[in-house]
Design a protein around this ligand. Structure first.
Ligand SMILES: C[S@@+](CC[C@H](N)C(=O)[O-])C[C@H]1O[C@@H](n2cnc3c(N)ncnc32)[C@H](O)[C@@H]1O
Length: 264
C-alpha cells in the first residue's frame, strides 16, 4: 500500500513539475542545443523528465517500465533521456559500467546503439552478488548473474563483456585498463575511497575526449531534487567535487548523474 501511495505522490509531483517547465523548453532538443540553454541543474533535470514522457521512443519507455517494475532497477525516468542524448551525440564505440544491478543500464546502451545504428562494445565490472556499501543494501534472494542473462534475453540482446569481480580487484583493474573507454559509468560501491579509486582507474583508461558519468554525485550542488528524485550520496559527491577542472569539464548533469569530459 505504501508503495502505491509513494508511486501516486511521485506521479503527481512529476505532472506538476512538467506543467512548470517554461514553454520554450517544451520541445525536443539535442545535447548541444540543450547545453546552449544554460539551464540550472534543476531545470535540466525537469527537462529530461519531460523528454522521457514526450519524446523518448516507445520501446525505450517500455524498457524503463520493465526495469522500474518489480524492483528490477534503480534510477529515474530522466536518466533514460540522459543516456539517449549522450548516445545520440557521442555515438560511443566503447562503454563500460562499474556496478551492474539487474542490467538496466547495459541493456539500455545496447538498445540505444541499435536505435542510432552504430556498434558499441559494452563491458561491465560487477560482482553479480548482493554486496552493498555503507549507504546501500541489495536483495539477497536473487541470482544476479542469471537474472542479468534473463533480462538480456527479454530484449533479445547479446551479453556484454563481463568482469565478474569487485572493481577494486586486480582482475578488474587489468580489465578496465585494457580498454580505451569512450564512456565509463561509475555506479558500484558508493563509499568515497572506492568511488575515488573507480574514478582514477576509469580516468586513466579513458579515450581522448572520453566521458565519465558519476552516479549519485550531486550533493552540495544547486540541484534541488523534486519528490521523484534524489541528489545522491556523500562518497561520489565528494569525488565529483574534487575532480581537477584542468583535466575534465562537466558537460551535463541530470539529477544525481553528472557527466565529465576529458579535455584532451
Ligand atoms: C546501484 S547498483 C547499480 C545499478 C546500475 N547502474 C544498473 O543500472 O544496473 C550498484 C551495484 O554495484 C555493485 N557493487 C557493489 N560494490 C561494487 C564494487 N566494488 N565494484 C563493482 N560493483 C559493485 C552492487 O552489488 C550493485 O549491484
Amino acid at each position: 500500500m505504501l508503495g502505491v501511495q509513494t508511486r501516486i505522490r511521485k506521479l503527481i509531483a512529476k505532472r506538476r513539475n512538467a506543467s512548470n517547465l517554461p514553454a520554450h523548453l517544451k520541445r525536443m532538443m539535442k545535447l548541444d542545443e540543450l547545453q546552449h540553454q544554460q539551464l540550472s541543474r534543476t531545470e535540466l533535470y525537469l527537462y529530461c523528465a519531460y523528454y522521457f514522457d514526450h519524446y523518448l521512443p516507445d520501446e525505450l519507455q517500455a524498457h524503463r517500465k520493465y526495469f522500474s517494475a518489480a524492483g528490477r532497477g534503480f534510477g529515474e525516468d530522466a536518466f533514460h533521456a540522459m543516456w539517449f542524448l549522450l548516445f545520440e551525440h557521442f555515438r560511443p564505440g566503447t562503454a563500460l559500467e562499474i556496478g551492474v544491478y539487474r542490467g538496466q543500464t547495459i541493456t539500455l546502451w545496447k538498445l540505444l546503439a541499435e536505435h542510432f545504428g552504430f556498434e558499441c562494445d559494452i563491458a561491465c565490472v560487477s560482482p553479480f552478488s548482493s554486496i552493498g556499501d555503507s549507504v546501500s543494501g541489495y536483495r539477497t534472494e536473487i541470482n544476479y548473474h542469471e537474472d542479468v542473462i534473463t533480462n538480456h534475453n527479454r530484449f533479445n540482446l547479446p551479453l556484454p563483456r563481463i568482469c565478474r569481480s569487485l572493481s577494486t580487484s586486480a582482475e578488474a583493474s587489468t580489465f578496465i585498463s585494457a580498454g580505451k573507454w569512450q564512456i565509463a559509468y561509475i555506479d558500484g560501491n558508493h563509499d568515497y575511497e572506492v568511488a575515488l579509486q573507480d574514478w582514477e582507474t576509469c580516468a586513466a583508461a579513458l579515450a581522448s575526449k572520453g566521458i565519465i558519468i558519476l552516479d549519485d554525485s550531486s550533493l552540495q550542488t544547486d540541484f534541488r531534487p523534486p519528490a521523484f528524485s534524489t541528489a545522491g550520496h556523500p562518497g561520489p559527491s565528494r569525488v565529483a567535487a574534487e575532480i581537477d577542472s584542468a583535466l575534465f569539464s562537466e558537460i551535463l548533469a541530470v539529477g544525481h548523474n553528472r557527466a565529465f569530459q576529458k579535455k584532451s
